[in-house]
Design a protein around this ligand. Structure first.
Ligand code: F3S
Length: 399
């Protein structure tokens, strides 16, 4: 491939993979079982990024392994009724078409592991979306570094990635032990915890010990997403929960120790000075079917005053629709939005200025990425804000 015998598209991909391997001192390359590609929203790619993709496709490049896309800048089916502009939609559709030509499945989600793309323990991957990287490494025991958009695409086209970082056993040991001495009552608590810990451990591997580990499926993705947003954590272990921690001792000799006995710092950092709420955003990372069900149940017989978006994968939305959940949420004034999220969509153009969210990652990114002032709290606090049109929690923090 490097010599060009598989065509110029594959040659370019292999040049990128080899160059990264040289930069990071990799001994060799490893085949990858799947790839997850970020850099999909036209808001971030722009015209130059789109041309880069189209040119690569024209060179005959095609993914050799299963590859999927991260969220796009809009709901690919309902963009018009949600208020996205025709011009943005056309550009976004060209991006999707270019990725399809490159052989990447346009499932447009940051939770491929919830919609059938579930890596197996020990498999090597090249995934790009930081929250998905964290989930695949930590909860599933697969092995991936946090790839950039072009490097993930190069791995898809070459079928390989450089073997360094989290592909190697020795780098998967935890170097920071975190004893959590507070009771975790919601996904927002885990987000606040992740935000605090990520800031402290940066790119190290934390090993959590909880008094009572959370059990709902969406809480773990909230923790990983938050640590990836405030630090660069791509792998964490939880005693008695995550697969590698169950198999053996994952604490490195000389690991540092950290004690968390309050979440106030995280809640304080993630809450902006705003009462009026234009938009409530749930589903970052993309909502599971259980989350959609929980929202539908909470809203039963009620009516939202603010906009309310639950972002999810299209396949999850279809399952929610079949179960009658989409209709129930729409009856309460909410929307179940597929293919996108409020960080990669051009939200400001839609007229929203303030947001409430139960995602620490969304609360950390939305001010800079989308120009929003944000309130952060649990799903029930956010849904109460949607019903009242304003933030109703007196003291910042927990239920
Ligand atoms: Fe996913 Fe967007 Fe959040 S890509 S993790 S929903 S910021």
């Amino acid at each position: 491939m490097l010599a060009g015998q598989a065509g110029p598209g594959a040659q370019k991909a292999m040049e990128i993979v080899v160059a990264l391997g040289q930069i990071y001192g990799a001994r060799d390359l490893t085949p990858v079982s799947s790839v997850q590609v970020a850099g999909v929203s036209y808001k971030n790619l722009g015209g130059a990024g789109l041309e880069f993709l189209e040119e690569w496709a024209v060179q005959g490049a095609r993914a050799r392994v299963p590859a999927t896309l991260n969220p796009a800048g809009l709901d690919l089916e309902s963009w018009r009724e949600l208020g996205f502009s025709e011009a943005f939609a056309r550009s976004q559709q060209r991006v999707i078409a270019a990725y399809e030509a490159l052989g990447v499945a346009p499932i447009c989600t940051c939770t491929p592991y919830l919609v059938g793309y579930v890596p197996k323990f020990g498999q090597h991957l090249a995934w790009a979306e930081s929250s998905a990287v964290s989930y695949a490494n930590s909860l599933l025991g697969a092995r991936t570094n946090r790839e950039g958009g072009p490097s993930a695409l190069a791995a898809a086209i070459s079928g390989r990635t450089a073997r360094y970082g989290l592909h190697l056993d020795e780098n998967r040991l935890a170097t920071a032990r975190v004893d959590v001495q507070v009771d975790i009552k919601s996904e927002a608590d885990l987000g606040a915890l992740g935000y605090q810990v990520g800031r402290l451990v940066k790119n190290r591997v934390p090993y959590f010990r909880f008094r009572q580990p959370p059990s709902r499926d969406w809480e773990w993705k909230a923790l990983g997403a938050a640590m990836a947003a405030s630090g660069a954590v791509a792998l964490f272990h939880v005693e008695g929960v995550t697969p590698e921690a169950q198999e053996g001792d994952m604490l490195a000799a000389g690991a540092s120790a950290l004690l968390v006995d309050s979440l106030q710092e995280g809640y304080r950092a993630l809450n902006g000075p705003v009462k009026q709420i234009d938009l409530v955003s749930l589903g970052c990372p993309h909502a599971s079917l259980n989350e959609v069900q929980a929202v539908a149940d909470y809203l039963e017989g009620k009516r939202a005053r603010s906009a309310l978006w639950i972002t999810t994968a299209r396949a999850t939305r279809q399952a929610a629709q079949a179960a009658g959940l989409v209709a129930r949420i729409e009856a309460a004034g909410g929307r179940v939005v597929a293919d996108t999220c409020l960080v990669v969509a051009p939200v400001h153009e839609l007229g929203f200025r303030t947001m409430a969210t139960n995602s620490a990652k969304m609360a950390a990114y939305a001010p800079a990425h989308s120009g929003l002032t944000v309130r952060f709290g649990s799903m029930s606090q956010c849904l109460d804000a949607a019903l009242a049109g304003r933030w109703t929690v007196r003291t910042e923090g927990r239920d």
